[in-house]
Design a protein around this ligand. Structure first.
Ligand SMILES: [Fe+2]
Ligand SMILES: [Fe+2]
Length: 158
């Protein structure tokens, strides 16, 4: 069963737009892993996710939600995990085309197989990241963030 069919992608106004973007991310990642989407298209979406989607979460959703998570649950683990994965995915993407330097300082190009293998890792990391947000952090936001702050997140993200 694909991730796309196992999640509802439905939430409060604070998370709905981000959840809609998750649907596209899952389509691209699963499509890449099933060979129905090529690497170039997949990486274009990865770059969009990193530059737009992660930024919306890091700059608006998480900072507005952090005090409430601390207030009601007194722990920050769900936020730490999500922010950490944003950094991991960003890094995996950056390392893709950076040539490895050998002892003789010669650039080593990744073979096509190595490249597609690394893209596969990014696709899988993205899928489990979306799953974690849909079933974890976003549910906490929908439950614990007060209504006025939900509206604020929604307005900032729009
Ligand atoms: Fe995220
Ligand atoms: Fe997300």
């Amino acid at each position: 069963m694909s991730l796309k069919d196992s999640l509802t992608f439905k939430g409060s106004i604070a998370t709905q737009l981000l959840r809609n973007q998750h649907i596209t991310t899952v389509e691209f990642a699963e499509g890449y892993l099933e060979n129905s989407i090529d690497m170039k298209k997949f990486l274009e979406h990865v770059d969009y996710s990193i530059n737009v989607h992660f930024a919306l979460e890091d700059n608006f959703l998480i900072p507005i939600f952090r005090p409430y998570l601390r207030k009601y649950l007194d722990f920050e683990e769900p936020i730490r995990v999500i922010s950490g994965e944003h950094l991991t995915i960003r890094r995996e993407r950056q390392l893709l085309y950076r040539p490895n330097m050998t002892e003789s300082d010669e650039e080593v190009q990744l073979s096509q197989d190595e490249l597609s293998g690394k893209c596969g890792i990014i696709a899988k990391t993205l899928l489990q990241h979306v799953y974690k947000e849909e079933n974890g952090l976003f549910g906490l936001v929908d439950t614990y963030l007060p209504e006025p702050e939900k509206k604020e997140v929604s307005a900032r993200i729009e």
